[in-house]
Design a protein around this ligand. Structure first.
Ligand SMILES: [Zn+2]
Length: 315
């Protein structure tokens, strides 16, 4: 119901997603809020976990265990549950710190000193063969001392307990990840982000193919493209609300015809109300029934008088 017409819905407002979208829209405000007073409060609470960097991590609110106001907790919660952030190729699975998969004695890890030395991604600490880089290499790349390296060994042994992959990122991407919130690809491409865009993402996540899709595709071998065209044409064919509603019901097979009412045990026979010979389905009632055929034939004849013809071969 909340999907677009072309996807078989009627574009109803999903209140739950609308509220969530308003909360998520704060991410966009946070991204551009450098010098504003309220932003300093948020920075203060997130400081011990890396500031805005937290938003890019595979965090768990429970494990972060910080005493942050409920308002920001809600935002972090919504952000964490956004499915586009949970794709396997997402950056968040590549970040070492505040990662709920990576635990040392039940807590998630954030070593500020190593973070400030720009150790962020798995790629930063791993060799080509996915073993921990040697101390001399880490010394050269990140200016680490033996003590820091010892800490990294703990991180690495936690990493070995998880399924991990290793992607390399450019320096500019790393800078962005350290200092600000990285948005999903779907939003990065936009010039100006509005709460509607977050809403669209949330609604798209809830998409389920309408049951009628299988019926139409199996019975009439309709392609996905033709189906989208038929569904979107509901608004183009008529401006009458009743006719639109009727067309929507036919396409989604939700007209209460006899075969359906019989299944619901509302009536005692599924047979056609006119011919009483066959089961009253959409196809029978609007095309195969002898009474309907009579109607179409007569209508066809009438229309030829005005130079119109019915596309009978397609019906
Ligand atoms: Zn009939």
């Amino acid at each position: 119901m909340i999907q677009d017409l072309s996807n078989g819905g009627i574009k109803m407002v999903d209140v739950y997603s609308a509220v969530k979208a308003q909360q998520l829209f704060w991410i966009e405000r946070i991204k551009h809020a450098d010098k504003q007073g309220w932003f300093q409060i948020l920075q203060y609470y997130l400081k011990k976990n890396g500031g805005l960097f937290v938003f890019n991590c595979n965090y768990s609110l429970k494990m972060l265990n910080f005493d942050i106001p409920q308002f920001y907790k809600n935002i972090l919660q919504c952000w964490d549950s956004l499915n586009v952030r949970n794709r396997e190729d997402n950056t968040k699975f590549q970040i070492i710190w505040n990662n709920k998969q990576l635990k040392v004695t039940r807590d998630i890890i954030f070593f500020r000193k190593l973070f400030l030395k720009r150790i962020v991604f798995f790629n930063d600490i791993l060799t080509e063969g996915c073993t921990l880089r040697r101390l001399d290499e880490m010394k050269r790349l990140f200016d680490l001392n033996a003590n820091d390296y010892f800490r990294l060994q703990g991180v690495y042994s936690a990493l070995l307990k998880t399924k991990f992959s290793k992607i390399s990122y450019t320096d500019s991407f790393k800078n962005a990840a350290i200092s600000n919130v990285i948005l999903p690809v779907e939003l990065v491409q936009l010039n100006k982000i509005k709460s509607k865009h977050f809403y669209d993402l949330l609604v798209a996540e809830k998409y389920e193919r309408p049951v009628s899709t299988f019926r139409l595709q199996n019975r009439y071998h309709v392609s996905d493209k033709e189906l989208v065209l038929a569904r979107s044409s509901i608004l183009l064919n008529t401006i009458d609300v009743k006719y639109r509603e009727f067309q929507f019901k036919v396409l989604n097979d939700i007209l209460n015809l006899n075969y359906k009412l019989y299944k619901m045990k509302v009536i005692t026979s599924p047979l056609c109300s006119f011919c009483n010979a066959e089961i009253e389905t959409i196809e029978h009632l609007f095309w195969n029934c002898p009474f309907t055929q009579l109607f179409w034939n007569q209508l066809g004849k009438e229309l030829t008088m005005f130079d119109f013809s019915l596309l009978t071969e397609k019906m």
